[in-house]
Write a protein that binds this ligand. Structure first.
Ligand code: FAD
Length: 318
């Protein structure tokens, strides 16, 4: 079922999760273990992140430096197929502009369609130093909006080359939104207008970047509605489980950690930090649902246990 329909038709707000593929050469069983833990909680869907190739440099014994291009975490599509067919849970692969040609994206979408995967999250990705070459008449999507348009075209039976009697795909497309604005946007108004272009290009729903102060989400939803964005806006939640998160999350995701939360985390013993994070997320989740959020999305990445401690009491209340 399409994610947007699941959200719009649900009797109680659905709660979904986002996981990360294992590192190249690592066992998949740990990821299956996470999905096993989530399954009894009937997730409406599980997202799997995508990771573009990165450039790294290796110093050689003769003092020269060798440049490498490597994808550390491949396997998003295969993992989605496994989740959907082995566990019967709809899977949402993330698709990136960054690191892929449009031709590769079309092929990936054809694979997904054959696999029965009907939901994707369309993203630009961050610049990791590697720009996919576009020789031999290949082309590239620069922004998520371009990727959404490509998928929307396929949903109308328009492939990159003109194909006679081409069968239309029927993907439901999600995109990213930023309650604290995307770090490259010059201001919040610019940011929601860029988001509106993604929706106008064919996006069916929005999942937000994580935030720790619900005010950011509620203000963001208001700004989106003011510019005419009508699709569901799902808040993304992350649970702080280590003191390092106080600096790593703002550095990676360009967000604010409220003073009260930062102070509580700082004052806690190392082994009690996750209890602080869980309680904060529980209050955030409850307030978001009371404030009309249509669903919740937890960034759990490699462990389900903390999110499930937030979700279990919420499900009992529902
Ligand atoms: P876009 O919507 O393309 O916007 C990027 C920036 O460009 C914005 O500042 C926007 O204002 C600006 N912009 C847009 N169009 C134009 C234009 N025409 N001209 C000039 N400026 C423009 N990253 C990963 O690598 N893998 C993942 O799996 C992943 N999953 C994510 C899931 C969610 C829910 C979220 C919120 C983010 C995720 N990200 C992921 C991170 C994301 O790739 C980065 O935040 C990236 O920097 C922006 O992606 P976007 O799709 O929002 O980009």
């Amino acid at each position: 079922m399409k994610v947007s329909d699941q959200i719009l038709n649900a009797e109680t707000p659905p709660i979904s999760y986002e996981i990360i593929p294992p590192k190249r050469g690592t066992n998949i069983e740990s990821v299956f273990g996470i999905v096993e833990q989530l399954k009894p909680h009937e997730p409406p869907f599980i997202d799997v992140t995508s990771h573009a190739a990165e450039i790294y440099y290796e110093e050689m014994p003769d003092g020269t430096v060798r440049k490498h291009v490597k994808r550390t975490r491949p396997g998003t599509l295969g993992l989605c197929a496994a989740i959907q067919h082995r566990f019967g849970i709809p899977a949402v692969p993330h698709l990136l502009c960054q690191g892929f040609t449009r031709e590769e994206t079309e092929d990936a979408l054809i694979e997904l369609h054959y696999l029965g995967i009907r939901n994707v999250l369309a993203l630009r990705g961050d610049d990791k130093g590697f720009r996919k070459p576009t020789n031999n008449n290949r082309s590239r999507n620069d922004y998520a909006e371009d990727l959404v348009r490509q998928i929307d075209n396929m949903n109308r039976g328009q492939f990159l080359e003109q194909l006679i009697d081409a069968q239309a795909t029927d993907f439901c497309v999600g995109v990213a939104g930023y309650p604290e604005k995307h770090f490259e946007s010059p201001n919040p108004t610019w940011d929601v207008l860029a988001l509106k272009r993604k929706v106008d290009a064919g996006a069916d729903y929005i999942v937000t970047q994580m935030f720790f102060d619900n005010r950011h989400y509620f203000d963001f939803v208001e700004r989106c509605r003011e510019v005419g964005i009508t699709v569901p806006i799902v808040p993304g939640l992350k649970i702080i489980t280590s003191k390092k998160h106080l600096t790593s999350l703002p550095a990676f995701f360009h967000l604010e950690i409220p003073e009260a939360l930062a102070a509580e985390v700082e004052a806690a013993d190392r082994k009690n930090v996750s209890a602080v994070g869980i309680e904060w997320a529980r209050q955030q989740a409850q307030e978001l649902l009371e404030g009309g959020a249509p669903a919740l999305h937890f960034y759990i990445m490699q462990t389900a246990k903390h999110a499930l401690q937030v979700v279990e009491p919420l499900r009992k209340m529902a």
